[in-house]
Each structure stands twice: as C-alpha cells, then as structure tokens.
Design a protein around this ligand. Structure first.
Ligand SMILES: Nc1ncnc2c1ncn2[C@@H]1O[C@H](COP(=O)(O)OP(=O)(O)O)[C@@H](O)[C@H]1O
Ligand SMILES: [Mg+2]
Length: 356
C-alpha cells in the first residue's frame, strides 16, 4: 500500500523527443541526457519518440546510451483533444510533457498547440513564444520595434524573389543597403541548415536557392564580423539570465559541420571573457528579448559583439536549445552551481504551475 502511494505521488512525466526536423539526431542526444538525469524518486517517466514521419511511439526500453526512436505499431500514441495522450485506447497518465524536440513542429509552436488542445502541460514556451522564436524575421521585427539592437536585414519570399531576375535585383538592393559580405538564411530553420555567407553576386543565387529549399521566407543580413555570445534564460514570471558564454567557431562561421560533425568545429567558453559591464548589459538584454517574445520556461539568446566597434546585437533566440550536458544552455546554467537534475526539476515545476 505504501509502495502504491509512493508511485501515485510521483509526477508523471512524458519525455518527448525525435521529430521530423533536421535536428532529429540532436534531439535524441538531448533526450538521452534528460532521461539520464531525471530524478526517478520524483518522476515516473514515459518516453515517447517521434519518428521522422511525425508518428509518436511509446518507447518501452530505456534509450541509453544511443537513443533512437523505435517504431513499434502496438505502441503508437494518439493525441486526443480535451483528453490527453493514449496508447492502444488506454489513456496515459501525464502531469507534464518534457519536450526535447528541436526545430520544425517540435519547437515552432505546432507541438505546443497540439498539447494545449489535448490539455497536456509542457515545459518551455507556449504557442506564440515558440512560433515567434522560430521565425527569425518576426522575432527581429518585434525586437527592432521595441528598440533592441538587431543586425540589419531584408526579407525575401519564394513566390516573389526566387526567379533569376528577381534574385539579381535583390542582390543589387542588398549589396547597396547592407554591404558585402552578406548572410543568407532561412527565416525558420536551425542548426545552420541553409545558412550561407555570400561575398559576391555569383554566390548569391545558389545561396538563395539553398535557403528557399528550407523555407519559403529567407533573410539576407549584413555580415557581422563579431564574437558569438550566448545567454541562458530560465524562468517564467521572474526570468533569470546565466552566462554569457562564447562560441568560437574554427570554421568560416558556425555552420552545421562546426556544430555537429567536426569534433574541433568550435570551442564553447563558459564564461565568456568580457568586461563585467558588457556581460551585465548582455544578460539584461537577453531577459528583455525573451520577455518581448512571450517566451516561457527557458531559452538561449544569441548575440554578436562587433569586433571593431564593440556594438552588441541580438542574433536569434532558441526556445528549445540543445540540452545535452555539454550543450551551451545547460553549461551556462551549471556554471552558476546549479546541477543538471535541479535544472530539470525547475523546468518541470514551472510547467506544473501552468494552467491546463
Ligand atoms: N549576420 C550574420 N553575421 C555573421 N555571422 C552570421 C550572421 N548570421 C548568421 N551567422 C553565422 O551563421 C550561424 C548560424 O546562423 P543563425 O542565425 O544562428 O541560425 P541557426 O538558427 O541555424 O543557428 C551563426 O552562429 C553565425 O556563425
Ligand atoms: Mg544560431
């Protein structure tokens, strides 16, 4: 009886990972770290893997050490509006969904909206914060409107701007107003997929094509010769900032290869070596930028510091940043002395306080 009561009093956590985005593998790694560190005396964990087709499966065996989504038809999970999650007609007990789903569908508000409809609470930002955080164009429009420093950019749309003629007209406009080099990137993407540095007209068309292959909206930005500084923000009503840290890429820029394929692709420095007043300015900007987009729970906010002028500008926000123990977000929080399990507890406690 005592044993049953103990089980009943545990928080029922559904850990969701995988997904249809290009960041599927990264999500699997993040999930393994989270699963390894969730305090089993507090939590009963159901692991749900989302395969590359977007189907959800309950995972019956532990995922460690190399997690991958196991697609077992008998464990297909359904999402029932107003009810919750179910497997084989049986409702799953879920107090909170812990999301480690990066990128399209998992981080952009769609999964969050689906869970809202199913009355399942979840960690992190809601629909609006997730969608705005994922769309770099909308995020920057809001930040700019509220007076935050952002890198100048122009926005291109596939239906209007992808013909060769439109593309060369756009290049002329961008090189005149923004100068060279330029950065071309999909508005909705991550992990540097579809991002390219462009130094001349010949490189512009292929870069635009590659970015339009990822998203119908593409941003052309002035290239900043800057240090890449990141901040972890944690919390709902009184968000706190941790860091800053610095990413020092050993590539032309922090591209996909530097992020995931090349073991020496980048050095992550926590804390970043910055003058105290610059650090505190960046930490403050990070919290305000997070608030401006209605983000909740946690996010990683990324900046540039121009190497010649020292000017600080916001680059982007990641509402579901990489979550392995060696990822930048946890490292910045852990540097403060908080442990990884305590970080997980905090995210869960905050999610449990949200209305269903
Ligand atoms: N305007 C820019 N100036 C200089 N470097 C940039 C610029 N935009 C992007 N980059 C480089 O490309 C990387 C990926 O771009 P980012 O906007 O952060 O997209 P993602 O969401 O894919 O991380 C950055 O970390 C940086 O190295
Ligand atoms: Mg980035």
């Amino acid at each position: 009886m005592a044993g049953i009561q103990k089980i009943m009093s545990k928080v029922q956590v559904a850990l969701l990972f995988g997904g249809v985005s290009a960041e599927h593998e990264v999500s699997c790694l993040s999930a393994a770290s989270v699963l390894n560190h969730l305090d089993r005396s507090r939590y009963e964990v159901t692991v749900i893997g989302i395969d590359r087709n977007g189907r959800w499966y309950r995972q019956l065996q532990e995922l460690l050490p190399l997690p991958a989504v196991k697609a077992d038809g008998s464990q297909l999970v359904s999402v029932i509006p107003g009810v919750g999650l179910a497997v084989a007609g049986e409702t799953l007990l879920v107090d909170v969904a812990f999301l480690v789903t990066h990128g399209t569908q998992g981080e952009d508000g769609r999964l969050q909206g689906l869970l809202d409809c199913a009355a399942v609470r979840y960690t992190g930002s809601g629909v609006a914060g997730s969608a705005l955080g994922m769309d770099k164009d909308f995020a920057k429009q809001i930040w700019q409107q509220q007076g935050f420093p952002v890198v100048p950019w122009l926005t291109a749309h596939r239906d209007r701007d992808s013909s060769p003629e439109a593309c060369s007209a756009l290049f002329a406009r961008c090189s005149t107003t923004l100068g060279l080099p330029l950065f071309v990137k999909p508005a909705n993407s991550g992990s540097s997929v579809g991002v390219a540095k462009v130094t001349n007209g010949a490189e512009f068309g292929p870069a635009m094509d590659a970015a339009f292959a990822v998203d119908s909206k593409v941003m052309v930005e002035k290239a900043v010769n800057g240090r890449e500084i990141e901040v972890a923000v944690l919390g709902v009503s009184q968000p706190e900032a941790f860091g800053p840290g610095e990413v020092v890429p050993n590539h032309e820029f922090y591209d996909y290869e530097a992020k995931y394929l090349d073991p020496h692709g980048a050095a992550l420095e926590v804390p970043a070596q910055l003058a105290p007043e610059v650090s505190s300015r960046i930490l403050e900007l990070a919290v305000n930028a997070y608030r401006a987009l209605d983000c909740l729970g946690f996010s990683r906010v990324d900046f540039f510091i121009d190497r010649s002028t020292g000017a600080i500008s916001l680059n982007e926000i990641n509402t579901l940043p990489g979550f392995t123990t060696i990822s930048m977000f946890p490292r910045m929080v852990l540097h403060s002395g908080m442990t990884y399990p305590t970080l997980l507890d905090r995210l869960i406690d905050e999610a449990l306080r949200k209305p269903r």
